[in-house]
Design a protein around this ligand. Structure first.
Ligand code: IPM
Ligand code: MN
Length: 362
């Protein structure tokens, strides 16, 4: 980190977004005191309510504002009075595309004390990371209709893959696998080369070429359908997965449930280039039915804050939060499900703060 003060923009967003965001900020505040760094938070009111009030999703100058920050924290988007897709496209995908956050990083790690639906599996078995390409594929919005609304209607939705787009993602995934340096040290490409013989052939060829620069990293390949089976049957076989945007979207929800669900799963939208701004978010939605009830699980948001710190020059604070979260899930919380944690949202935040000085494990 070159700047002395970490500057963060928060988009707390809709529903329970603000509740979990304030727990994440509470933990940030405490860890910054302990580790001795300064930060600023500018909270932006972007989201469903503002859109309904003003008709605007991202206000003028919004991107420049975000570009002036070190990182962005997003709580949740999704409003019961706004049609599905409007905020997802207008806010989340717009930010990913315009800020060129070409990596979607999703750790799939089962924490101590957290229940997984996989029988007989524990934290030693579920600890891998999905690197999802985040700017191309079916998400580009290329397509259209013919004869819309008639019996002869045709709809086309095209997947776009570029050499540059897949190469930068694959290269980053190799670097990440090398850095992570797990005993497996294996990067698995997940695609569908047997059917998507153009786009995924480009991914395949690029993967083989880039692999030559990383002789120390083992490589593997899974078709996406088989990957879904292996994730359930042998999750311990994975170290790092690199995959396309649409498949990555699907398998990371599968990963999310293996690690205990939306109450704990977090992700990062990274622009790892010089001057790039990255955005971190809990994976759960805005959970309208829990809004304002102090029942939603803030662990995913706290994990997202740890990721933000990890990628913003404060890795020791990220590790400190990780340890605290593991001790709270392992020794305090009854469940990761909203309303069944044994504690309220803000109490869970307090527990994590109280555990921040837990010693490092040998
Ligand atoms: C995710 C979400 C988004 C996606 C939606 C909300 C557009 O499911 O971050 O995985 O599809 O990428
Ligand atoms: Mn998704």
């Amino acid at each position: 980190m070159t700047t002395a003060t970490l500057s963060i923009a928060t988009i707390a967003g809709d529903g329970t977004g603000p509740e979990v965001t304030s727990e994440a900020i509470k933990v940030l505040d405490a860890v910054a005191r302990l580790d001795g760094f300064e930060f600023t938070v500018e909270s932006l009111d972007w989201g469903g309510d503002r859109y309904l009030r003003t008709g605007e999703i991202i206000p003028e100058g919004g991107f420049d504002l975000l570009r002036s920050k070190d990182a962005v924290f997003l709580g949740a988007i999704g409003h019961p009075d706004v049609a599905p897709g409007v905020l997802e496209k207008g806010l989340l995908l717009e930010l990913r595309f315009k800020l060129d956050q070409y990596i979607n990083l999703r750790p799939v790690k089962l924490l101590p004390g957290v229940e997984t639906p996989l029988a007989g599996r524990g934290p030693d078995d579920i600890d891998f990371v999905v690197v999802r390409e985040n700017t191309e594929d079916l998400y580009c919005g290329v397509g259209g209709y013919l004869k819309k609304g008639t019996a002869d209607e045709v709809a086309v939705q095209q997947a776009v893959y570029t050499r540059k787009g897949c190469e930068r993602c694959i290269r980053w995934a190799f670097e990440y696998t090398r850095r992570r340096n797990s005993p497996k040290k294996t990067l698995t490409l997940v695609a569908k080369t047997n059917v998507l013989t153009f786009g995924h052939d480009l991914w395949w060829r690029t993967f083989q070429e880039v692999a030559k620069d990383y002789p120390d990293v083992n490589t593997d390949y899974n078709h996406v359908d088989a990957c879904c089976m292996w994730m359930v049957k042998n999750p311990d076989a994975y170290d790092v997965i690199v995959t396309t945007n649409m498949f990555g979207d699907i398998i990371t929800d599968l990963g999310g449930i293996l690690q205990g669900g939306m109450g704990v799963a977090a992700g990062g939208n990274l622009n790892p280039d010089d001057g790039g701004v990255s955005m971190f978010e809990p994976m759960g939605g805005s959970a309208p039915k829990y809004t304002g009830t102090n029942k939603i699980n803030p662990i995913a948001a706290i994990n997202a804050m740890a990721m933000l710190l990890e990628h913003s020059g404060q890795p020791q604070s990220a590790a400190r939060i990780d340890r605290a979260v593991a001790s709270v899930t392992g020794t305090k919380m009854q469940s990761q499900a909203a309303g069944r944690m044994g504690f309220s949202t803000s109490e869970v935040g307090d527990l994590v703060v109280a555990a921040l000085d837990s010693p490092e494990q040998g």
